[in-house]
Write a protein that binds this ligand. Structure first.
Ligand SMILES: CC(C)(COP(=O)(O)OP(=O)(O)OC[C@H]1O[C@@H](n2cnc3c(N)ncnc32)[C@H](O)[C@@H]1OP(=O)(O)O)[C@@H](O)C(=O)NCCC(=O)NCCS
Length: 164
């Protein structure tokens, strides 16, 4: 996975709110992640959720949240200590430049520092989201088998990646 030193991940609370609120995906991608205002509001209500900003040279270009209670990811618990990844996105003005892959590398390094006991990272991705599925496969995520059918935009793959 590419290591991009210009990319950092930080808690969303450390970033100016108006700058975060400018982040968006393409209209056709919104069913996969929603809009940033709702994501931030939801994260504030959600115990065990860590909203994170992706920075390029110090400026926000993306967002995600880490779930420390991963049962909510696919409606089931996991045998190993597991974290969940939700709502990962790169702002539409910055997509297709390798930044999504670089952000995942920074995210994984951050988890190794802040959650060293976690053994795997789980996420769901819509089966129609070819960009998302391709990105996650290239970053070492593997399909966990059965489809998860409870997503708002249709069936999703449950994908897992071992954490170092
Ligand atoms: C998925 C997403 C994060 C990818 O970010 P990105 O910065 O554009 O990705 P990168 O440039 O790092 O691309 C890495 C790999 O992802 C895949 N990929 C990215 N965009 C793609 C696209 N439009 N079509 C097909 N594959 C794509 C490719 O495998 C690509 O590698 P390549 O460029 O060597 O072919 C971005 O498209 C996005 O934010 N989408 C909307 C939100 C979303 O769907 N998030 C996932 C929710 S689970």
């Amino acid at each position: 996975m590419p290591d991009c030193p210009a990319i950092r991940v930080v808690p969303a609370g450390a970033v100016s709110r108006p700058e975060l609120l400018r982040l968006d995906v393409r209209a056709a991608q919104r069913p996969y992640v929603g809009i940033i205002a709702d994501l931030l509001a939801d994260a504030e209500q959600c115990p065990g959720c860590e909203p994170m900003a992706i920075l390029l040279d110090g400026a926000p270009i993306g967002f995600y949240r880490i779930e420390t209670r991963p049962g909510s990811i696919a409606g089931r618990d996991f045998a190993e200590p597991t974290l969940g990844l939700r709502a990962f996105f790169i702002d539409h003005r910055w997509q297709r430049r390798g930044l999504g892959a670089g952000a995942l590398a920074a995210l994984l390094a951050d988890l190794a520092r802040r959650h060293p006991a976690a053994r795997q990272l789980a996420l769901t991705v819509n089966i129609r989201n070819t960009a998302g599925v391709a990105l996650y496969r290239r970053a070492g995520f593997a399909d966990a088998g059965a489809l998860y059918h409870d997503g708002p935009a249709g069936p999703q793959h449950l994908m897992l990646r071992a954490l170092p």
